[in-house]
Design a protein around this ligand. Sequence first.
Ligand SMILES: Nc1ncnc2c1ncn2[C@@H]1O[C@H](COP(=O)(O)OP(=O)(O)OP(=O)(O)O)[C@@H](O)[C@H]1O
Ligand SMILES: [Mg+2]
Length: 210
Amino acid sequence: MKKNGLFITLEGPDGAGKTSVMSILAARLEDSGVPHVVTREPGGVRISEMIREIILDPSHTEMDARTEALLYAAARRQHLVEVIEPAIRDGKAVLCDRFIDSSIAYQGAGRGIGTEEVRAINRFAIGKRMPDLTLLLDLPAEEGLARISRNKGREVNRLDTEELDFHRKVRSEYKVIAQEDPDRVIVIDATGTLEETAEKAWASVKSRLL
Ligand SMILES: Nc1ncnc2c1ncn2[C@@H]1O[C@H](COP(=O)(O)OP(=O)(O)OP(=O)(O)O)[C@@H](O)[C@H]1O
Ligand SMILES: [Mg+2]
């Protein structure tokens, strides 16, 4: 493994399987004896979890789109400083459920703030730190939402209640990001079974790690 660790992010539309795939990847890293940290956005540390609550509360219907984008960037900064940077310095593999690309896709494209504006505030938040590898789990917005609605255990958050059109814009922006940064972003077809998707994700991780 690289001396400086490996920063891996999972991205993709709601219900694509990011969280499920991440736990399988974590188990594979464990089995392979690779020191690693598993974390998520927004959240992961005390202050960022508090910001998460504010962002995702379904009752916060008056939230302005730029306020939302700034809160995500603030949560990202705190989490980066407290969790991600120290783990990378320790030479660990960091698996992070969502990062900057979520903001570009959801706030920049989905909310229509503009991807360059959202990139700019995120540059302020994260400086030069970008993931070494991003696994983009790709599937039609409808399929992801159908998976979530079948899953009774997950609470519906403020962004889930957006129209299908919002989620379609998110998916298509993710694809633009992947085209612009093909060395970092690997697009993984997430329409198959969880096992199939996880297998493809693991192959990408393994090729960068071992
Ligand atoms: N390949 C798959 N086929 C069918 N169902 C799946 C698949 N992968 C995950 N699921 C199920 O779909 C639901 C959403 O999966 P998961 O929570 O991992 O997605 P996610 O991308 O993390 O979603 P979110 O963006 O909402 O956090 C869960 O109930 C999960 O068990
Ligand atoms: Mg998830």
